[in-house]
Design a protein around this ligand. Structure first.
Ligand SMILES: [Zn+2]
Length: 213
């Protein structure tokens, strides 16, 4: 397995709900931001605006993106009902797209069973036509874990920091059955096995354009 190295200067993050990005790509963000201080990160979150969850998300993303030049936008679309607000969600994603020109886009993947995640994945692919898009995975009841094509290896220390930060910054989610260190660590270890690393986050990437210099 070959290792392609990225040096992104501008990253776009898209999440349907507060905590999606941190759960799906938190370890990657911690690793990437340490290696690229000052990286420009712009985040769009579709729901939770004006609630406790927005405050959680803002503090969490600041912690998961240490040293980054971070901008966060949180909307208040209704959790679980975003497909019914298709036109407005599409307009929000399109406006976000016009405001950024990222080297790397992290978003949900199109095979996600949650309707809000799936909608955002589809809109991301509609709006970002010439970008590297990595679809993050979110472990949940539905059993929809994808076959991933891309891996971001991380150390055990980064894994433990991800787990600590998730519990520290999302108190509203701690009672959920899947929100526990073993679940997070277990999936990271499985993806690590698949890329010959101690731990990793996995990403779906249906399309890559390659070249050399
Ligand atoms: Zn979600």
């Amino acid at each position: 397995m070959h290792r392609l190295t990225l040096a992104p200067e501008r990253i776009a993050l898209l999440g349907a709900h507060c905590d999606d990005i941190a759960i799906g790509a938190g370890a990657t963000l911690l690793d990437l931001c340490r290696r690229h201080p000052g990286v420009r990160i712009t985040a769009l979150i579709l729901s939770g605006g004006g609630t406790q969850r927005e405050a959680e998300e803002r503090s969490a993303l600041a912690a998961f993106c240490p040293g980054a030049d971070l901008a966060v936008e949180v909307h208040d679309f209704e959790d679980g009902r975003m497909p019914g607000q298709w036109a407005a969600v599409k307009a929000a994603v399109a406006a976000f797209r016009r405001a950024v020109e990222p080297d790397l886009v992290l978003a949900p993947h199109a095979g996600d069973a949650h309707q809000d995640h799936r909608l955002l994945a589809e809109l991301t692919w509609q709006e970002f036509r010439a970008h590297l898009i990595l679809g993050y995975e979110i472990l949940k009841y539905e059993g929809d874990l994808p076959t991933v094509q891309a891996y971001w290896p991380v150390t055990a220390a980064v894994v433990e920091q991800k787990i600590e930060l998730l519990h520290e910054h999302y108190p509203s989610q701690r009672q959920r059955t899947w929100f526990d260190p073993e679940a997070f660590r277990g999936l990271l270890r499985v993806r690590g096995v698949q890329c010959q690393a101690p731990y990793a986050e996995g990403f779906v990437t249906p399309k890559l354009t390659l070249g050399c210099r």
